[in-house]
Design a protein around this ligand. Structure first.
Ligand code: CP
Length: 290
């Protein structure tokens, strides 16, 4: 099993190499065509951006996507994750892209002999999201060293916060977290909202993950008032600071409607960068560079 399961498995030099290649793709580098290859996209948890940007990345590279629908599959008859993925290996795919609700689901797949690309596992990790976030930060700042990043909101349930904090720290950024006590964990130092807004170079907003049993213990309006990115807070940000968010966004909860596409917001750019991040990862794995 090769592929990309977590960025913890690869060196910071390799992370930088992926970022560079993604940006080369974005700026018109000729795509390496991998015609004749096929890869399965297997999403056992809902997704829009990751699912379809992986499919577009495959198509851009000339790879045929085989889109698996778990709801219409033998998973519904009780087939295990391992047996399902092994079946795709036997059918002749050259890789599998998997999102699953279980943390570290890929540990059950050690006997799979095609590359696995982790498209998000439980509350643990989302490596290609981290890469597209890093690309977006790099586009603005041209470096990582010394940048302060604050994860604001539901850190506890967020694989993005958990994965990003580790990778960003390895690249020299300073991660902090901010939000109500019941959403905080040991990911990084906790700071208050005022400090977060006024001192961060990167504000990494997070969605409240109601689907993972997150509860607010207050009204949405109170939460928005205490921890939401409002126009007033945007006006207090440092010059050059940016807002990122993995999306989907909850307008009126962690971010005000009028802020979602403001000058400082990079949310739409992140979605575009997701295609290039995924192209870079797939290309490097197929060329034996990852
Ligand atoms: N950011 C992200 O993973 O979005 P999706 O759940 O829509 O893929």
């Amino acid at each position: 099993m090769k592929g990309l399961l977590t960025l913890n498995d690869i060196s910071t030099d390799k992370i930088r190499e992926i970022i560079d290649l993604a940006l080369e793709f974005k700026h018109g580098k000729k795509f390496s065509y991998h015609s004749e290859k096929k890869m399965a996209t297997m999403f056992f948890e809902n997704s829009t951006r990751t699912h379809y940007s992986f499919m577009i990345a495959l198509m851009n590279l000339g790879i045929i996507p085989v889109d698996f629908n778990s709801e219409a599959s033998s998973v519904m008859k009780g087939e295990s994750l391992y047996d399902t993925v092994k079946t795709f290996e036997c059918l002749g795919v050259d890789g599998v892209i998997i999102r699953h609700t279980r943390d570290g689901y890929y540990k059950e797949l050690e006997n799979i002999n095609v590359p696995i690309f982790n498209a998000g596992d439980g509350q643990s990790d989302h490596p290609t999201q981290t890469l597209l976030d890093l690309i977006t930060v790099y586009e603005d700042f041209g470096h990582f060293e010394g940048l302060k990043v604050t994860f604001i909101g539901d850190v506890k349930h967020s694989r993005v916060a958990h994965g990003n904090a580790v990778a960003m720290a390895r690249l020299g950024m300073e991660p902090r977290i901010c939000g109500p006590d019941f959403f905080m964990d040991k990911t990084a130092k906790i700071i208050d909202m005022e400090e977060a807004v006024q001192t961060s170079d990167v504000l990494n907003l997070l969605r409240v993950q109601f689907e993972r049993d997150a509860t607010l213990n207050m009204t949405v309006s109170e939460y928005h008032q205490l921890y939401g990115m409002t126009k007033k807070r945007v006006d207090q940000m440092k010059d050059g600071a940016i807002i990122i968010h993995p999306a989907p966004i909850n307008r009126g909860v962690e971010i005000a409607d009028e802020v979602a596409e403001c000058k400082q917001s990079r949310i739409l750019r992140q979605e575009t960068n997701g295609v290039y991040a995924r192209m870079a990862v797939i290309n490097m794995v197929l060329e034996g560079k990852l």
